[in-house]
Write a protein that binds this ligand. Structure first.
Ligand SMILES: Cc1cc2nc3c(=O)[nH]c(=O)nc-3n(C[C@H](O)[C@H](O)[C@H](O)COP(=O)(O)OP(=O)(O)OC[C@H]3O[C@@H](n4cnc5c(N)ncnc54)[C@H](O)[C@@H]3O)c2cc1C
Length: 460
């Protein structure tokens, strides 16, 4: 039995199906050079339509690649010409906001920024935030267990999803739209679909956890003259702010230089002579006392020698300018197409680890460019490495230089971006054979015909 694109036109209406030529007009990902090669892009509006698509595709052993906002950085949604794309872009309805219970029920295709703005309109906050907020979709955020800028305070997506609905490969709808923070009645099935990159089912609806909107935001930027002082400064601010610390973003001098010199438009808030810079922020409830507390903590850090220099944002404009430096990831491309890394490791190993990566790269490519930055409070480092050679063997050397030193210190090849295709060869560098076997068992059980995002994360 075969599926035909005309069958799907009947099911979804003509606007619900883009044939191969129209699909080809779309880029395959935010930084991709290639366009989408696939039989068609299907654009359902409801869970029932998703279920019917999967029933038909499963019966026909037709492979499906799920597309959210296509901002993933792992080639996790790449297609082949024989695949069918299922895009959640028309499942973009916010169904309900419940201010008392602090929940929002949404379809999976709603962009993250739309969710943030809808929560803010009710004096609430959806806490997950990342640079791709305008383009990524909440279903993609769940499927990658996205992290971002406020994980240190509010956790990753996993901590901000209460309930979830997903469609299994055979079309079964598993509606687990729990609204409670506590619910230990049996297995918490949502975790099968959070961070599993579309391997085990298609996420169609979600109940999100909202928080009370903060009334104060204090933002500072500091220069630090040795790595040892960076985690000391983190501990100091966390202790002094009594639970209000919400962001701790570190930039190595290489990144700071790239985002504060032309062609970047950012202006340096502090002299560029230090090895480390930190954007630090707190969210609280009382603008006056919180600002005073934040300032006192910063002054104490300088007095204790933890920070060498510092500025405080005195207006929303100054705050936005500091965040614009951190978010100017386009500068990663100024030295040519880079390989982007997203590793995690214990802070205790970080200084030596970065030195080891740098040394390994210098052995192979003395003229390489490496920009280093990260959500350091979460042990998460990003590198953008350009070596002037974009060939496969150069990529392999660079990847081995980054991932090699991680093994001995128990780090991970992916802190928040996931595995996709790009990191698939390295999954077993940080997961045991028993762990990967269990992942395979889950995949074979829930998707026995291997129709969902085949070939990503691991081979069956
Ligand atoms: C400028 C920039 C900044 C970024 N910053 C961060 C950051 O700070 N933290 C972070 O974690 N990531 C970050 N990312 C990466 C990216 O934004 C996240 O991985 C995001 O969660 C992907 O969402 P998406 O909707 O674009 O998903 P897509 O790229 O469309 O898909 C990602 C994966 O999820 C699957 N998928 C998508 N939707 C569904 C669904 N409904 N059901 C099942 N599977 C699905 C896809 O098949 C694919 O495997 C950044 C990216 C950019 C470009």
């Amino acid at each position: 039995m075969q599926v035909t694109i005309d069958d799907f036109r009947q099911l979804l209406g003509s606007g619900g199906v883009l044939a191969a030529d129209d699909a080809r007009a779309r880029r395959g990902g935010i930084y991709h050079e290639d366009n989408i090669a696939a039989q068609a892009v299907l654009r359902p509006r409801t869970t029932d339509e998703v279920a019917e698509i999967l029933r038909r595709c499963n019966a026909a052993r037709q492979t499906i690649i799920v597309h959210g906002g296509l901002t993933n950085l792992t080639h996790g949604a790449d297609t082949r010409p024989a695949d069918i794309v299922l895009s959640l872009e028309r499942m973009n309805v916010i169904e309900e906001i419940e201010p008392l219970g602090r929940t929002m029920t949404v379809q999976a295709g709603v962009p993250l920024q739309v969710i943030q703005e809808a929560a803010a309109a009710h004096d609430l906050m959806f806490a997950v935030d990342l640079g791709a907020r305008g383009s990524c979709q909440i279903g993609g955020n769940v499927s990658t267990n996205a992290g971002g800028n406020r994980v240190i305070r509010y956790g990753m997506m996993r901590e901000n999803v209460l309930g979830l609905e997903a469609v299994l490969a055979d079309g079964t709808v598993v509606s687990s739209l729990n609204r409670m923070i506590k619910n230990n009645a049996g297995f918490d099935l949502k975790h099968l679909f959070i961070g599993t990159e579309g391997q085990l089912g298609i996420v169609t609806r979600l109940v999100l956890r909202l928080r009370e909107a903060s009334r104060s935001q204090s933002t500072g930027f500091v220069a630090i003259d040795s790595f040892a002082r960076v985690p000391q400064f983190l501990k100091h601010m966390d202790r002094e702010l009594g639970g209000m610390l919400s962001a701790f973003e570190v930039m190595w001098a290489s990144f700071y230089d790239a985002v504060t010199t032309p062609p970047a438009r950012g202006k340096p808030p502090l002299p560029g002579e230090y090895p480390y810079y930190v954007l630090v922020e707190s969210l609280g409830a009382d603008p006056e006392t919180d600002a005073a507390r934040f300032e006192a903590a910063m002054i104490a850090a300088i007095d204790a020698g933890l920070a060498a220099d510092a500025v405080l944002a005195k207006s929303q404009g100054e705050r936005a300018a500091l965040w614009a430096l951190r978010d100017d990831v386009e500068q990663m491309f100024r030295y040519g197409r880079p390989i982007i890394f997203d590793v995690s490791l214990a802070i205790a190993y970080m200084e030596q680890y970065v030195a080891d990566v740098q040394a390994a790269l210098s052995r192979h490519y003395p003229d390489h460019h490496m920009l280093t930055f990260g959500h350091l409070g979460d042990g998460n480092l990003h590198f953008a490495i350009a070596v002037g050679d974009t060939g496969e063997s150069a990529r392999r050397k660079v990847e081995e230089s980054v991932y090699g030193p991680l093994m001995a210190i128990g780090g991970s090849v992916s802190a928040e971006h996931g595995i996709g295709l790009e990191k698939k060869p390295y999954l077993d560098w940080c997961r045991t054979p028993a762990e990967i076997d269990l992942m395979r068992t889950l995949k074979r059980t829930l998707d026995p015909n291997g129709i969902l995002n085949p070939g990503k994360v691991f081979d069956l």
